[in-house]
Structure formats: C-alpha cells, structure tokens
Design a protein around this ligand. Structure first.
Ligand SMILES: *[C@@H]1O[C@H](CO)[C@@H](O)[C@H](O)[C@H]1NC(C)=O
Ligand SMILES: *[C@@H]1O[C@H](CO)[C@@H](O)[C@H](O)[C@H]1NC(C)=O
Ligand SMILES: *[C@@H]1O[C@H](CO)[C@@H](O)[C@H](O)[C@H]1NC(C)=O
Ligand SMILES: *[C@@H]1O[C@H](CO)[C@@H](O)[C@H](O)[C@H]1NC(C)=O
Ligand SMILES: *[C@@H]1O[C@H](CO)[C@@H](O)[C@H](O)[C@H]1NC(C)=O
Ligand SMILES: *[C@@H]1O[C@H](CO)[C@@H](O)[C@H](O)[C@H]1NC(C)=O
Ligand SMILES: *[C@@H]1O[C@H](CO)[C@@H](O)[C@H](O)[C@H]1NC(C)=O
Ligand SMILES: *[C@@H]1O[C@H](CO)[C@@H](O)[C@H](O)[C@H]1NC(C)=O
Ligand SMILES: *[C@@H]1O[C@H](CO)[C@@H](O)[C@H](O)[C@H]1NC(C)=O
Ligand SMILES: *[C@@H]1O[C@H](CO)[C@@H](O)[C@H](O)[C@H]1NC(C)=O
Ligand SMILES: *[C@@H]1O[C@H](CO)[C@@H](O)[C@H](O)[C@H]1NC(C)=O
Ligand SMILES: *[C@@H]1O[C@H](CO)[C@@H](O)[C@H](O)[C@H]1NC(C)=O
Length: 744
C-alpha cells in the first residue's frame, strides 16, 4: 500500500513537477485568475504572483492561504466584481483587493466560513450588503478604502483588533448606536461625514480602544451638507492616541468636540490637523489636567487657522506637567499657549507676526524651537538661562543677548539666520561681560566626583564633559578629578573661550570607624572616612606607629575606605583602646580612639521591620559587656538599646517608611558593622492600602494617515510584505518528500 502511494506521488511529481492543488479551491481561484489576468485555468494557480499556498499535511493538497488581486487597467468607475464563491477558499488567512475590484455582497454574508482569515483589506465596497454580516472570529485586521454602503452592527461585533475605514462616499453609514460590548477592538480609524456619525455610545461599547483616528469631512460646500455634531455619552478609559483630521477645509464647519472624548485619563498623544476644530466659547479652553500620574500630553496642531485661537479665552489648553506642544503651519500668538507645564515647545511656520514668547516663569529645562516663523524683535536676556533653544530662520531684527555675543557665530548657529542688528554669520566671540564670582566652592572630595559650584555671568552652557550647567550662563558645576592636597590651581576654558584660574583644596581627611572584613579569603583591617588618597598609599598612624594602608576605594556618596592586611596588624589586647590618625599630603585628620575587637558578628543576614516601629532582638557575637561602647542606628536615626548581653541585644527601632534600602549600623567601640533592613507595612490595618496597578503597555502609535487617503498602488503584488508568496516549489517538494518519508 505504502509503495503504491509513493509511486503515485512520484509519478505525479515527475509529470507535473509540482503539488496538486485542492480541486475545489483550484476551481474558484483559477477562474478568478483567468477572468482577471487571462491565466490558463489548467496551470498551477499557486504558481502565480497573486496567491500564496501551503501544503495541507493531512490531505497532501496545496491550499490557497493568501490572495492579492488588483486591476489597475480598468477605466474610471469600472469595477471588476468577483462573483466566484471565495468562501470555498477555506484556508485563506489574508485577502487583499486593490483598485477597481470588489466582492459581490454574498461574499460578506458568508465570510464567516473563512475560519482562518486574519487580514482583510479591500479597496471598494459599493455593492450594498443585504443580510447581516458575521465576521470570522479569526479576523484581526480589516481595512476598507472606499465605501459607499451601510455597514451593519456585525462589523463591530467581531474580534477584530484593528478596524480602518478610509474614504467614505455618499451612502456610507454605520449604526447610530452600538449594542454589543466589543473588548477586542484596539485601533479604530473611522470617517465622520454629514451622512455618517460617530455612534454616541462608542466609548461604552468599545471600551478597549487605544488608538483612534477620526477623519471628519466638514466642508460646508458639499451638496446636501448638514451640520455635523460629535457627541459621546462616555469616556474612553484606555485611549492613548487620538488624531482628528478635518478634511476639505476650504469652507469648514467648526465642530465642538465633546470634552468627554478628550477625557481619557491615559491620553498621551492628541493630534489635530486642518480647520474645523472648535473650543467651546463659554469655557474658552480644552482641559487636559485630568491626565493621570506620570502621563503627560503631546499635543500637535497642524494647518490651523488663526480663527481657532480667537475662540480661546487666554490660554487655549490646560496641560498636565511635562507636556509637549508641537505646531506646523498654524498661525497664532504665543500668548495663547501656556508654557509653564511644558517641557517642549516646537513651532514651525507660524506666520502671526510677534516677538518671542516671554519665558520669565518657565522651567529652564523647557526646550524651545521656533523656526521659519514671523518672529521679530530681540532675543531677551532670559533666553540665556534655558538649556536648549533653536530660533533659526525667523525674522528677528533686534539684538541678541550677551551670552550669544560671547560664543560667536560658530557656536550660536541655533539663532541664525536672522536679521539681527548686532549679530550675524561672521560675528566672532566677544565677551566683556564674562564674570566668575569669587565665592565658588573651593573644597572638594578626593574621590574624583567632587564638584566646584561656580556662579557668574556669561559662563556659557557648559557642554563639556567636566562642566555641567545648572543654570546656563549663570551657575555650573566643574567636576574635579581624583587628587590630594591644598591650594591647587586649575585653569578652566569656558564655552566662550574665556579662561579662569580656580584655586581649590581637597577636603582634609577624617576617620569615622573601622571594620575587619574578608576579601578573597584574606582579612583586612579597614578604616572608613573621607578625604583619603585614591591615587596612592595612605599614611596612617596607629598608637604612634606609622602604617601604610592601601589606596582608597569607595563609591560616590559613600565613605572612602582603606585597608591593611589583618595578619600584619599590631597585636592588641582585646577591648584595649588604640588611637588612629591619617596624614594625606600634609593634611592631618582628627585622632580617634577606638576599642580593639578582632571580630564582631551578627547572626541575622537582614532584618524585616514594621513601618510602625517596634522592638527587635539582634543576636551574634559582640564580645564586650560594656554597653556604653555600643550604638545602633538605621540610616542615621539612632535606636534605643533596651538590653544587652555579649550574644544578644534588643533595640527599639524608629518608624520609617516602607522600603527595602535601609541599613542598620552597629558600632562597638569604633568597630562598625552593617546589616540590610527592609521596612514593611506594619500591623495597624491601613484602609488606604491598595494593590499596585500593573504597568500598562506603552503603545507606539502606528497610524499616520496623510491628507490624501488614496492608496498608492504597488507595481508588483509581491511588494506587499504581508502577502509575499513564501512557499516556492523547492520547499513544496521538500514537504512532499517529508510526507512520503513518513508513509514509507
Ligand atoms: C484548511 O482548512 C481545512 C478546513 O478548515 C482544515 O481542516 C485544514 O487543516 C486546513 N489546512 C491548512 C494547511 O491550514
Ligand atoms: C480590469 O477591469 C476591466 C473592467 O472590468 C477589465 O476589462 C479588465 O480585463 C480587468 N483586468 C485587468 C487585469 O485589468
Ligand atoms: C455573487 O457571488 C456568489 C458567490 O459568492 C455567487 O454565487 C453569486 O451568483 C454572485 N452573484 C451574482 C449576482 O453574480
Ligand atoms: C439582521 O438581524 C436582525 C436581528 O438579528 C434581524 O431583525 C434582521 O432581520 C436581520 N436582517 C437581515 C437583512 O437579515
Ligand atoms: C522689526 O521688524 C518689525 C516688522 O517689520 C518692525 O515693526 C520693527 O520696527 C523692526 N524692529 C527693528 C528693531 O528694526
Ligand atoms: C574656542 O576655541 C576652540 C579651539 O580653538 C574653537 O574650536 C572654538 O570654536 C572656540 N569657541 C568659540 C566660541 O570661539
Ligand atoms: C556667590 O554670591 C552670590 C551673591 O551673593 C550668590 O548669588 C551666589 O549664589 C554665590 N555663589 C556660590 C557658588 O555660592
Ligand atoms: C566603608 O566604606 C566602603 C566604601 O565606600 C563601604 O562599602 C562600606 O559599607 C563602609 N563600611 C561601613 C561599615 O560603613
Ligand atoms: C606618605 O608618606 C610618604 C613618606 O613620608 C610620603 O612620601 C607620601 O607623600 C605620603 N603620602 C601621602 C598621601 O601623604
Ligand atoms: C511586626 O508586627 C507584627 C504584628 O504585630 C509582629 O508579629 C512582628 O513581631 C513585628 N515585627 C517586628 C520586627 O517588630
Ligand atoms: C565571626 O565569624 C567568623 C567567620 O564566620 C569567625 O571566624 C569568628 O570567630 C566569629 N567571631 C566571633 C566573635 O564569634
Ligand atoms: C539608607 O541608607 C542607604 C545607605 O547609606 C541608602 O542607600 C538608602 O537610600 C537609604 N534609604 C533611605 C530610605 O533613605
């Protein structure tokens, strides 16, 4: 039997060199290809650029999985209708019909037979769909380019995640109200015209929409035009991206968007394009301050006419903190935009003549970019104190401030070209106003992270690796490399090429505590403090004897630490006093008196404490019985020692906030030991305790519909990546051979 099957297969392969296409499917697809492209109905339909096929492992037949049909050559209005029964192609996962070609309505009525269909993109629906439509549950993405018929509720009661409708024609309509909660839909692109509205209860019935594009056809000149109104009876709770585009804006109707549609608490991006957007005159602004938590808003206005801004009562928008504003080809007075909660203000081609915005009350982190606009007059001195601004290609005909004169044209290209009276593209740096205040910080740490804080005038933006601007031109920090010693001179060249010689010293050393720690199986006697030498040995004196310790190590904001091999450490009597001091490049520390313990241990590896405070036992080997040598603190807060033996002590610990980065420090006569501490919610039942919400996925908006909604045809159907025919004959043979192998 096996031999017979094998023989049949081999005969077939040698005869045709290809796989057999499922006969029912071949009938349909070959007919379509023949009618459209004149392809021989006896040829292999899977061998065309319009289809992709796969081997069905069970039947051994090839089945059609993707079709990509188009008809560019048809004349205007002449649409090829597919009357073949496409529902026979049960294995289709993707359908794309481009240009003048469409299904007849019975396809849509029977579409749910295509149980594997995931992607449907059609260029036309002009034949009314008679019955109720049920979409296949597998369908994820629907794109309709041109539509002049009504879509019934079924289109919204599916598991489609992305539903995109571009150009509506008269006759198009969708239900006024939805009646089925669809939690699958995430992306909706939908037109609004005088003959098709937005369903009023859409936020309620499509609760998980994250991205929405409304293309509003608001040209009053359309015949039969009736006023459009957009209302909503709810708030989208997950909407992060909202794009509203007004199309045909020659004689636009102004439309007041229901504020509810803007009230998504997670809105991140709101783009409005074209004329037609209105602000309710009785309110005079749009309020976005409801946007919660860390979220902020990116607001983009493109192609806005100045009439819009006349509707605003002062500021047009109330922004949440750290919002960003962008506008292109919109002419408005800067005074209409509140800069105080913005981190970025970008304006291109604003043709409203005015001077630069006043930035006296804004953060110096506001990034300002105003280009190719009619901005005249001076750059105010206040601009010297913000980090980033770009004012290229405006009509600034006044003066630049001293900070710009100081750096000259090469460094100040961000204000050029502009017809300034005191600055042009060949102005060399000129900086008579450069001043360094004498009261700069002149004592720095030895660890290479020390900073001199310098104030003055015209100090530049400090964009060098070791000069960090705190307030541009006014206050900056100079990072001082590792070192030791006093009265060191350092000459700094500022951005404006002015130089200044600073005089500073490294902080004198101090000793805080000692420990005995094990590193790589060797024990070290270590000292912690500040002002130690990182570049070489450290000269320590213990009980009058000089001992050379290692270079210091340490992390920023922590102590400097130096060590000495414990095996060579002087033999001292247990609990005896000893004195320690250090001399770093002639700067001598305090002399401290410690008590000698060769080791002190805590049994616990970490502590878990209640944020309400309390008391706890700590066990270990503490050797001494002298409780006056002991002190315990948690992040600087002292703990009361309630009882003490040399193997266990009890402390009462302070109330601190919940957190896992606390450190308990035990001191015994100068010996310091640290223990990590976690503070947890204590026993008092707290009614405000809430579960932390899981992070919401951030969605990068992928939708950028352009002015023109006409799809651009690709010259080769294979260009469409989603429909590439990825099963060529060799792999077909391979699969066939694999099947044969299984049979033999
Ligand atoms: C094609 O569809 C039929 C009917 O749903 C199914 O049994 C078969 O497994 C499918 N074949 C492939 C390759 O998807
Ligand atoms: C396209 O449509 C026109 C009009 O229906 C038809 O004449 C033509 O054969 C079709 N096929 C192609 C490949 O252009
Ligand atoms: C529409 O297509 C179906 C197959 O899907 C076919 O049976 C029917 O005859 C077509 N209608 C017309 C009017 O050709
Ligand atoms: C569509 O479905 C509704 C209710 O399910 C029914 O009343 C109506 O007759 C159906 N319409 C068609 C054209 O089948
Ligand atoms: C700058 O140009 C504006 C508009 O042309 C004009 O009103 C103003 O007087 C000019 N200012 C200077 C300083 O030339
Ligand atoms: C400062 O001098 C450097 C090196 O000579 C030069 O590259 C830079 O452009 C100068 N900066 C200014 C503001 O003139
Ligand atoms: C120096 O003194 C001036 C004037 O009192 C003050 O504004 C400035 O902050 C001081 N600078 C530093 C680095 O402390
Ligand atoms: C001593 O300083 C080092 C380096 O900063 C640090 O890791 C260590 O925890 C300090 N030891 C104590 C007991 O504070
Ligand atoms: C340590 O002492 C030696 C010898 O006196 C001296 O040369 C060296 O500079 C000192 N090191 C420091 C960091 O003070
Ligand atoms: C924290 O509170 C609980 C409940 O009262 C108590 O059982 C526990 O011992 C406390 N823990 C500490 C470290 O005080
Ligand atoms: C502390 O622990 C170390 C190593 O675990 C041990 O060698 C030492 O004897 C202990 N010290 C005391 C005082 O128990
Ligand atoms: C406690 O101190 C440690 C080490 O000094 C530090 O890293 C941590 O941030 C501090 N925790 C709090 C809550 O201040």
């Amino acid at each position: 039997m096996k031999i017979i099957i094998l023989t049949i297969f081999l005969i077939y392969l040698s005869h045709f060199g290809q796989c057999i296409v499922d006969p029912a499917q071949k009938l349909v697809i070959s007919d379509v290809l023949n009618k459209l492209y004149n392809i021989d109905p006896n040829s292999d339909p899977c061998n065309s650029p319009y289809t992709s096929c796969q081997i069905d492992i069970i039947t051994g037949f090839q089945v059609v999985t993707e079709v990509n049909l188009f008809n560019y050559s048809s004349s205007e209005g002449n649409i090829y209708t597919i009357n073949q029964d496409f529902t026979q192609l049960v294995n289709l996962t993707a359908i794309s019909l481009r240009d003048a070609i469409e299904f007849n309505s019975s396809f849509y009525n029977n579409m749910n037979k295509l149980a594997q269909l995931e992607y449907l993109s059609v260029a036309q629906i002009s034949i009314p769909i008679s019955g109720n439509v049920t979409l296949p549950t597998s369908l994820k993405q629907v794109i309709i380019e041109n539509i002049s018929v009504q879509l019934d509720k079924g289109w919204f009661e599916s598991r489609v995640e992305e539903f995109i409708i571009f150009s509506p024609l008269v006759g198009f309509n969708i239900p006024n109200k939805l009646s089925y909660v669809n939690s699958f839909l995430k992306t909706l692109v939908i037109p609004i015209t005088y003959y098709s509205k937005l369903p009023i209860n859409i936020p309620q019935y499509l609760p998980n929409v994250e991205e929405m594009v409304l293309n509003i056809y608001n040209d009053l000149n359309q015949s039969d035009y009736k006023n459009i109104s957009i209302s909503s009876n709810g708030v989208f709770k997950k909407l992060t991206y909202l794009h509203i585009e007004f199309i045909n804006d020659i004689t636009p109707q102004t439309i007041l968007l229901d504020q509810l549609l803007l009230n998504s608490p997670v809105l991140e991006i709101f783009k409005i394009q074209g004329d037609g957007y209105g602000i309710n005159p009785s309110i005079g602004f749009n309020d976005f301050t409801h946007i919660k938590g860390e979220n902020n808003l990116y607001l983009e206005l493109n192609y806005f006419s100045s009439s819009f801004f006349k509707q605003c009562n002062g500021y047009c928008f109330k922004f949440p903190k750290n919002s960003k504003f962008y506008s292109y080809q919109s002419s408005f007075p800067f005074g209409n935009i509140d800069l105080r909660n913005l981190s970025s203000f970008e304006v291109y081609q604003n043709y409203y003549e005015q001077s630069l915005p006043n930035i006296d009350n804004v953060s110096n982190n506001l990034k300002i970019r105003i280009e190719r606009s009619i901005v005249v007059g001076d750059i105010p001195e206040s601009y010297c104190n913000i980090f980033i601004f770009d004012l290229s290609s405006n009509q600034l005909n006044g003066t630049v401030p001293s900070c710009i004169l100081c750096i000259g044209f090469k460094e100040a290209r961000f204000v050029l070209p502009n017809p300034f009276s005191n600055f042009n593209a060949s102005s060399e740096p000129y900086c008579p106003g450069f001043v360094v205040d004498q009261n700069y910080t002149n004592l720095v740490t030895t660890d290479g992270e020390g900073q001199m804080i310098v104030t003055g005038k015209n100090l530049g933006w400090g964009n060098y690796y070791n000069i960090i601007s705190i307030i541009p031109n006014e206050k900056l920090s100079i990072i001082i490399e590792r070192g030791i010693g006093k009265n060191i001179q350092k000459t700094i060249t500022f951005q404006n090429n002015q130089t200044y010689t600073f005089n500073y010293s490294y902080i004198p050393p101090t000793i805080k505590q000692y420990s005995i720690i094990e590193i790589f199986d060797s024990k070290f006697f270590t000292l912690n403090g500040t002002g130690f030498n990182y570049q070489g040995e450290n000269n320590v004196t213990i009980n009058g004897t000089p001992i050379t310790f290692t270079n210091a190590i340490g992390r920023s904001f922590y102590d400097d630490m130096i060590g000495f091999p414990f095996s060579q450490f002087p033999n001292l009597v247990l609990e005896s006093k000893f004195t320690v001091s250090i001399d770093v490049a002639g700067q001598v520390s305090n002399q401290v008196t410690f008590y000698y313990f060769p080791s002190i241990n805590i049994t616990e590896e970490n502590l878990v404490l209640n944020n309400t405070g309390g008391s706890i036992d700590i066990t270990g080997s503490f050797i001494t019985n002298n409780s006056s040598l002991i002190s315990v603190s948690i992040n600087g807060t002292n703990c009361l020692l309630k009882s003490y033996t040399n193997s266990k002590f009890t402390i009462s610990y302070p109330q601190l906030e919940v957190g896992d980065d606390y450190v308990l420090t035990l001191f015994v006569g100068g010996y310091a030991l640290k223990l990590p501490v976690t503070y947890i919610q204590g026993p008092t039942p707290s009614p405000t305790q809430t579960s932390t919400p899981t992070s919401t996925p951030t969605l990068t908006p992928t939708l950028t519909p352009t002015q023109s909604q006409t799809p651009t045809p690709t010259s080769e159907p294979n260009d469409d990546a989603s429909l590439s025919s990825n099963l060529s004959i060799p792999s077909c043979l391979l699969i066939t051979l694999l099947i044969i192998q299984q049979l033999v």
